[in-house]
Design a protein around this ligand. Structure first.
Ligand code: SAH
Length: 241
């Protein structure tokens, strides 16, 4: 190869590299802007104003938690498919559940239904540690890899049936369930700390409510906070609870 050709080739490679860096930079900037708009329009204007929740929603890069084909829709006002017939929840629902739990920085949280890992990342921005359980191995492993890449060292993921909770690390200050059983699993109530809070969608596909539950002086108090539609909680054979 002639020296001129080599120089030209090197210049072209530099241009390609620089322009790809620029476009990535530009893209992540535009995702940050979309995220700010999502938080303002879909969350703040609907009445959620807790600083920690809003900051977490502004920080976690939701577009990295959706399959590539949906990246353009990742900041829109609806849930999206993540594989195995499951979905990443609508941003407002993630913010709403997080807000209802009145999280403290010292809280140890259990999540049932890791899915994409997005809700776990939002929780991990606010609390001390997040334990999360996913029944589909493929989803759990994918979330594990992504959360590691994003440096979420305070999230521990287990593949298994979250209906039974995670006894080893119980009791928890907070439990958040993102799949719906027809009744609240007793194991989860048992693994909640005194003074703890749980939020869980309960019911059937067509009649489901988010229930907020509190444990005070050993007694359980609960009430419905919002009608919702989550995927069902299933066991390892795929049967609905
Ligand atoms: N929190 C998720 C939303 C996931 S949808 C996110 O931010 O993306 C609910 C998830 O619950 C699905 O991934 C589903 O596979 C999982 N799931 C259903 N039944 C389960 C069970 N018994 N234990 C653990 N995960 C379960």
């Amino acid at each position: 190869m002639k020296i001129n050709t080599i120089i030209l080739l090197n210049i072209s490679i530099c241009i390609i590299l620089l322009s790809s860096c620029y476009s990535q930079e530009f893209q992540s900037d535009s995702f940050a802007k979309r995220r700010d708009r999502m938080v303002l329009e879909q969350i703040e204007l609907r009445g959620i104003n807790d600083r920690a929740v809003l900051n977490a929603m502004r920080k976690v890069p939701r577009h990295k938690f959706v399959p590539d084909i949906y990246i353009e829709y990742s900041y829109n006002d609806y849930p999206l498919p993540i594989g195995e017939g499951q979905t990443i929840s609508q941003p407002y629902i993630v913010a709403f559940m997080t807000d209802e739990l009145k999280l403290e920085p010292t809280d140890k949280v259990l999540e049932i239904g890791t899915g994409s890992g997005y809700q776990a990342a939002v929780l991990a921005e606010i609390c001390d540690t997040v334990y999360t359980i996913e029944i589909f191995e493929s989803l759990g492993n994918k979330a594990k890899k992504l959360l590691r890449k994003l440096n979420y060292e305070n999230i521990k993921i287990k593949i298994g049936d979250g209906y039974k909770g995670w006894l080893e690390f119980s009791p928890f200050d907070v439990i958040i369930v993102t799949c719906s059983p027809t009744e609240i699993p007793q194991a989860l109530i048992d693994q909640l700390k005194e003074g703890g809070r749980m939020i869980i969608p309960v019911g059937t596909k067509n009649n489901q409510n988010l229930v907020l539950l509190k444990k005070k002086n050993g007694k359980i108090k609960q009430h419905s906070v919002l009608p919702v539609r989550f995927v069902p909680m299933i066991n390892e054979s795929g049967e609905e609870y």
